[in-house]
Design a protein around this ligand. Structure first.
Ligand SMILES: [Fe+2]
Length: 396
């Protein structure tokens, strides 16, 4: 009887934690300012350990005291007030959601559109001979065992796409996202990373937002992302952490470095053959969705969006490939359980990786940084995406 009671109380506690994390993840997907989100996170951090402590102490030792007397779970349930029964019922539903989420994580495989993948890891701490730690907040997190925030995975992905014109076959896109200059991971870290990035071979660069976490860090732009060049252009949008700041000087600094601001607009590119359309989307924080319908439907459509939450809109807009960031791969990925924190209306579903739902291939990069320098099994990531034509469209 003791083990039975212990089990259902454990299930209850996990279900409660799942509900709280689910709620906080979804609140972070909304255009709410960081200062309010911070307060909500504090309550969340408090309630996760408090609830099981209360349940175990009260039900376990006082009323009815299941750890002291042999009482069946059914008898315990009948003795609970209706309001408590109601909340516990919700927690059991939360546990069912948790099991479903674990199964989805374990069963997920990259869609068939990814036809090649390779990666290598650079250890910046080793290369610099010291931890690249600056004066920013949350420094203690960098010392948590297993934290990979001072390393970067450079990966190469090949996506084979039905509607890509043959003339664009082999287009190489450098995808960068979520640099989060905040000062905790210091400037030499980023300068070392971008020195490596500048040597790579790509045709165009797409940056999908969250550049700064403090106005003063715009000084870092010229020696990092600002130093990159690409023959077919450099396209950027901003993210929610940029939205917390004054975005005008950020946009000015990026455009002064030769980057094209894609916020809420569509650019037609015809350098390699038949035109393709590139759009930028900073919704729900800024501006409007880009109007792809102003260009012919037959054009291949590439969307840069900060959040993958615009996936449904992208599918309706006929987007072929959508590059995003924002969720940082979940930042902490637990064995079996999967990603934990993901500021999305879909929770952890699109925390990181590749997803396909016709007609859109969605890529969610883990990005490079984060306000919190914590990366466990969610290593910082920079990708070169090579697009291959499935040979169904084009003039040759
Ligand atoms: Fe971010």
């Amino acid at each position: 009887m003791l083990w039975l009671n212990l089990s259902w109380l454990m299930i209850l506690s996990v279900g409660n934690a799942e509900l709280l994390v689910t709620l906080v993840n979804r609140l972070h997907a909304l255009p709410v300012h960081e200062k309010y989100l911070k307060e909500i996170r504090h309550v969340h951090d408090l309630l996760i350990p408090l609830f099981p402590s209360w349940v175990f102490v009260v039900i376990g030792f006082f009323s009815p005291g299941v750890f002291l007397h042999p009482i069946s779970p059914a008898d315990v349930w009948e003795g609970l007030p209706v309001a408590v029964q109601f909340y516990f019922g919700i927690c059991f539903a939360g546990f069912a959601g948790f099991v479903f989420s674990c199964a989805r994580h374990l069963l997920h495989r990259p869609p068939r559109q990814q036809t090649d993948f390779s990666s290598r890891i650079i250890d910046v701490e080793k290369a610099l001979g010291r931890p690249p730690l600056g004066e920013g907040p949350f420094q203690f997190m960098t010392k948590i065992p297993g934290n990979e925030c001072f390393t970067v995975e450079f990966n190469e992905r090949e996506f084979t796409l039905d509607r890509l014109p043959k003339e664009w076959d082999g287009l190489r896109i450098l995808h960068l996202t979520d640099l989060h200059f905040i000062g905790t991971v210091d400037l030499p870290f980023f300068e070392h990373v971008f020195e490596g990035v500048a040597k790579l071979d790509y045709d165009m660069i797409c940056f999908t937002g969250d550049l700064l976490d403090g106005d003063e860090f715009s000084e870092w732009i010229p020696s990092t992302i600002g130093r990159l060049e690409a023959p077919l252009g450099k396209f950027f949008i901003l993210g929610n952490h940029d939205w917390y700041l004054d975005t005008t000087p950020i946009r000015d600094k990026m455009t002064a470095s030769g980057w094209l601001d894609m916020a809420g607009r569509v650019q037609i590119l015809d350098t390699m053959g038949p035109p393709i359309a590139i759009g930028g989307d900073e919704r729900p924080w800024m501006g409007r969705h880009p109007n792809f319908d102003a260009s012919p439907r037959e054009l291949f459509r590439l969307l840069l969006s900060h959040t993958p939450d615009n996936f449904s809109w992208a599918r309706r807009a006929g987007v072929d490939l959508m590059l995003t960031g924002h969720n940082h791969g979940g930042q902490v990925v637990l064995p079996v359980v999967g990603p934990v924190f993901s500021p999305s209306i879909h929770g952890v579903r699109y925390a990181g990786g590749l997803f396909y739902s016709s007609p859109t291939l969605l890529y969610v990069s883990r990005g490079v940084g984060g306000r919190h320098p914590l990366r466990i099994n969610a290593r910082p990531e920079i990708s070169i995406v090579t697009l291959k034509s499935a040979g169904k469209t084009g003039t040759s």
